[in-house]
Design a protein around this ligand. Structure first.
Ligand code: NIG
Ligand code: FE
Length: 413
């Protein structure tokens, strides 16, 4: 059967095509001896090699021989703070000598320290810093990354951060970037009520032109449930979808707020109990676990198993930020999710791909299936399980973003 569109790229001799498609049986939906074909940005065939159609057209096809390696969907890293300036290595050392994250924040460090360094930076400087991290991300197989503001605090600085994110991802050497406005992160300098009112009156309206999501840090030492609700309702009215940093440091009610508002995701959730996880599942809210932050902060482990058992969709993300999780590696987050969050390797892979897509409400990626975006990683191993199993390694040899090879030359056809 000929293909409807001219094939522009094909990957042959795939030992294991790891589709993450529930239509292909037990997770992660592996097809042996497979071929992947793309026309432009879209997959036109993802299936067995012996059943593959012959590519049509006389165009030059990029022809890659995977030589038996596994191919997985590109990772969707659905929670990051990569648009920051400055450095907090000193705080990392202080924490290791016993000071808590909150004690450091009370002394003017923590998020406030990064706000001081980032708020005065130009959009170009912020973009350059974020680009360095985004390039490392795509080298580790991430093809879509969510990027939050939250280090501007004042209105103009927040918008500069969002401008910087808008500049990312036009470059093919980086993941596609999805912007999130995070106005409630560090506590404000002046009156809290005035600050919230200003965010509702002007912040969300201006941010809606630049960001798909609005997020809030709902916790002790950050913002209350009522403050978060006010901003999230205003953000929804302005056209953004919602996210919540929920129940990370204390059981504050963030997960219940996310469920009440049918947010796209509730993130962190270390202190979310079974009832919270059930509420998220019932409301269709994706639970995003961030095993790097949980490990570094030394609190309870991420509730991966609790969320799954409650029937919720789970995503794994890096939370890449200078305070609690300085990492660009989704494979490492998968390893930590298996080691600390009670997920199996196949659950972790699905959570890092289609789970991330669910947290960003993107139904065109995270699965290798005809008609979806051609975002994929060719591994350097035939064993997909190595992604989580091989601790701290980068198992990614070649990255295809939107049907184009953007990392690694691909193996000669
Ligand atoms: O996701 N929890 C709040 N925000 C970040 C940390 C940000 C920072 O410390 O700079 C997080 O862990
Ligand atoms: Fe975060």
């Amino acid at each position: 059967m000929p293909l409807p569109d001219p094939v522009t790229l094909m990957v042959r001799n795939i030992g294991a095509l790891v589709t993450c498609d529930p239509a292909h049986g037990d997770a992660p939906g592996v097809i042996r001896d497979a071929v992947l074909m793309c026309a432009g940005e879209v997959i036109v065939y993802a299936g067995r090699g012996d059943a593959a159609p012959r590519p049509t057209g006389d165009n030059d096809i990029v022809d890659i021989d995977a030589r038996g390696a596994a191919v997985i969907p590109g990772f969707v890293d659905a929670h990051t703070h990569i648009a920051w300036l400055g450095d907090r290595g000193e705080e990392y050392a202080l924490r290791s000598s016993g000071l808590t994250y909150e004690q450091i924040a009370q002394r003017g460090g923590g998020i406030r320290s990064t706000v001081r360094d980032t708020a005065r930076g130009s959009a170009a400087a912020i973009r350059d810093a974020a680009s360095t991290r985004a390039r490392l991300m795509i080298a580790h197989g991430t093809t879509t990354v969510e990027v939050k503001s939250g280090y501007g605090l004042d209105h103009d600085a927040e918008m500069r951060q969002l401008d910087a994110v808008a500049d990312l991802g036009a470059d093919h050497g980086m993941p596609l970037a999805i912007a999130t406005y995070l106005p409630l992160h560090a506590a404000p300098d002046g009156d809290r009520a005035d600050f919230i009112a200003e965010v509702c009156a002007h912040g969300v309206g201006d941010a809606a032109a630049l960001a798909s999501f609005c997020d809030v840090f709902c916790d002790e030492g950050a913002y209350t449930v009522d403050e978060c609700r006010a901003v999230l309702l205003a953000a929804r009215a302005a056209g953004m979808s919602l996210k919540v940093h929920a129940d990370q440091r204390t059981h504050t009610g963030g997960a219940q707020l996310a469920a009440e508002l049918h947010a796209a995701s509730a993130d962190h959730l270390e202190f979310a109990d079974e009832a919270d996880c059930r509420a998220l599942a019932a409301a269709g809210v994706t639970g995003v676990i961030l095993p790097g932050a949980a490990l570094i902060l030394g609190g309870p482990p991420p509730p991966g198993r609790r969320l799954r058992d409650a029937g919720a969709t789970v995503a794994i993300a890096t939370d890449c930020n200078p305070g609690t999780s300085y990492t660009e590696s989704m494979p490492l987050m998968m390893s930590l999710a298996v080691a600390t969050a009670g997920l199996g390797p196949s659950e972790a892979l699905v959570a890092a791909t289609s789970g991330g897509a669910a947290a960003l409400q993107l139904d065109d990626r995270g699965i290798l299936r005809r008609g979806l975006r051609a975002d994929a990683a060719i591994l350097s191993t035939p064993h997909w399980i190595d992604v989580a199993y091989h601790l701290g390694a980068n198992p990614v040899a070649t990255v295809i973003r939107g049907g184009q090879v953007v990392v690694g030359a691909g193996l000669a056809g």
